[in-house]
Design a protein around this ligand. Structure first.
Ligand SMILES: [Zn+2]
Length: 389
């Protein structure tokens, strides 16, 4: 069995499912964006909740679950639909056993959360309701961990990614992953199939202007190394950085070696935004806008045959940003002739996009056969008992 990464068509937003090649088919979800229109059987917005539920597992009680869920940062296009589709609260109080399977909320066995991205986001603007709910759930799990000296069950587990300010995470050592460290297991289980290198959020430095980090979208950035076999020497790298913008990628370029940043699959940051590559405005400066060589260096470590995916609406040649046509051109030139650029809003067609499935290969990643074309045929919405609201 091969490990797979599926990117769901959610317009400008992220929702990515990683399924490992282990016997348990371990599932990691990065962000979610499930619009009410996607839940509406009468609307032709792709029903990504149905597509997600088809792919994840159910436990002994027939409850759907994912092993982990990461929120890259608390913007609405990365957590919309959380309260409607995911169980928040102790699993002992799970209330959906009598509901139709398609309406049971999904259990998140282990949450991956970063306090610092919440701190930076709240300085900028208030959180949306789903982000507030994620934050409250993370808080509940941290309290449960402290209460039981970090011996908790599935549904209460949490990993804290990156240290918080002013020593606020100092008493959370058993569940804290510091920036630059690797996450070796999933949901508390060691695995040979995945190693995740946490690159950001990077802490403040003395000469940082707080404004620089807070006003730009600060996100969790992880370079995942995925293997098809526990005995394989080779891992395929997936670099995923939410909506991190140019200042963050410049810092990443300073902080890490080029080899740390190498990838076989890159999710083009911030839905293929020009702002991840440049300090200049695309709509104002157009072709005169300058690329940051440092940011380009951080995002330019593509291995031969790499794939770059923009999780966005179709990319058209206009002044829009994101997604930005010139950012797409930059990514294409990073890839050279051996790489592939894809956009979730265009696969297999712009009128009927379907989940884009990418498989781990012996070297790098490949588009799964009929990656999204086969799915498109069956992507019409199933009848449902009721609508999510
Ligand atoms: Zn976003």
């Amino acid at each position: 069995m091969k490990a797979t990464i599926t990117l769901f068509p959610v317009d400008d937003g992220d929702m990515t499912l990683m399924q490992l090649a282990d016997e348990d088919k371990t599932c990691l979800l990065i962000d979610c964006k499930i619009r009410s229109a996607a839940d509406d059987g009468e609307d032709d917005t792709p029903d990504v909740a149905h597509e997600l539920r088809k792919r994840i597992k159910t436990d002994n009680n027939n409850r759907p679950y994912v092993d982990t869920m990461l929120l890259s940062h608390p913007d609405e296009d990365h957590c919309l639909g959380l309260r409607n589709h995911f169980w928040l609260g102790p699993v002992s109080e799970y209330a959906d056993d009598d509901k139709p399977q398609s309406e049971k909320r999904i259990i998140i066995r282990q949450l991956w959360s970063s306090p610092i991205v919440f701190r930076r986001a709240t300085k900028k603007q208030p959180l949306c309701d789903d982000a507030e709910a994620f934050k409250a759930e993370a808080k509940r799990r941290v309290t449960a961990n402290l209460k039981s000296k970090f011996s908790v069950s599935d549904g209460d587990k949490i990993l804290i990614l990156g240290e918080d300010e002013n020593g606020k995470t100092d008493d959370l050592t058993p569940i804290l992953i510091k920036c630059g460290e690797r996450i070796q297991g999933v949901n508390g289980q060691a695995t040979e199939y995945l190693s995740a290198h946490l690159l950001a959020p990077i802490g403040m430095q003395d000469d940082d202007q707080e404004e620089v980090l807070s006003k730009n979208n600060s996100s969790v950035i992880i370079n995942y190394e995925v293997k098809n076999s526990a005995f394989s020497d080779h891992g395929s790298r997936f670099l995923s950085g939410g909506d991190a913008e140019v200042e963050i990628w410049e810092r990443i370029s300073d902080e890490y070696e080029a080899t740390d940043l190498e990838y076989d699959l890159l999710q083009a940051p911030h839905h293929c935004s020009w702002r991840s590559l440049s300090h200049d405005s695309w709509s104002k400066k157009g072709e005169d806008a300058k690329v940051s060589t440092k940011a380009l260096s951080a995002l330019g470590q593509a291995r031969k045959g790499a794939i770059i995916v923009s999780s966005s609406r179709p990319i058209v040649d206009d002044k829009n940003d994101p997604p930005c046509i010139r950012a797409k051109r930059e990514y294409r030139s990073i890839l050279g002739s051996s790489g592939i650029f894809k956009c979730t809003g265009e696969e297999p067609t712009t009128s009927n996009p379907a989940p884009l499935k990418i498989e781990v290969a012996s070297s790098g990643f490949v588009l799964a056969v009929g990656a999204s074309a086969a799915a498109a045929v069956t992507s019409s919405k199933p009848p449902r008992a009721g609508r999510w609201r």
